[in-house]
Design a protein around this ligand. Sequence first.
Ligand code: KIV
Length: 264
Amino acid sequence: MKKVTVNTLHSMKKDGEKFACLTCYDALFAALFAEAGVEVILVGDSLGMVIQGHDSTLPVTMDDVIYHMQCVQRGSEGSLLIADLPFMSYASETQTLENAARLMRAGAHMVKLEGGAWIAESTSLLAERGIPVCSHMGLTPQSVNRIGGFLVQGRNPEQAESMIEEAKLLEASGASCLLLETVPETLAKTISDTLSIPVIGIGAGCDVDGQIMVLHDVLGISPITPKFVKNFLAESSNGIPGAIAAYVEAVKNGTFPGPEHSYD
Ligand code: KIV
């Protein structure tokens, strides 16, 4: 696959071309994703739940993400690699810069931070120093205890309005893209239409620029299956490679996510 950069995603948004993203934790899946044309790979802290067997992402450490980033980087060919800054690894400015640098040295091309207005300062510090940032808003799993569960976010008008304002602030602070998790599709569309940076959705409807799913959800082996999950392996006539190819195609031709995978 031709090397995907932050500019590729920006051009795709401008041209109205959807891009496909998946989480990944090892080298062979990373290679398979390149063959299937997955533009963006996320080494997500979801690894705490799908690899390590925890019931949240909170126990994941910097060393865990670095280990999986290094594995993915060895297999990857051309996909843009994003790495999660795990829980409490960006609580201060110094910590944010040091930990983001560790992820970039391990092979990441971009780092992802969960939060709204409160990560604006960190976003500009990183962007000014050459580290692209993906901001993660909506359902932010690292805050599951404050939120009170893995719940849809932005359902009431005040919350929706403040999410729009925070998204604009993060773009102005230098974020290279925004990930929206588990929000009503109309809100995701408004945010995507308002911002010039690419917006990636998971449980955010089809009117955003790219889609992401957790690999284990695509393969139908996660114990928890929220509404936005689709098992692509169930319909594949070519096993796992067929499931990944079907996911990429469905994202690109706009058939996934459908209304049955979205919130309103
Ligand atoms: O950690 C992760 O895999 C994520 C996705 C759910 C988007 O943040």
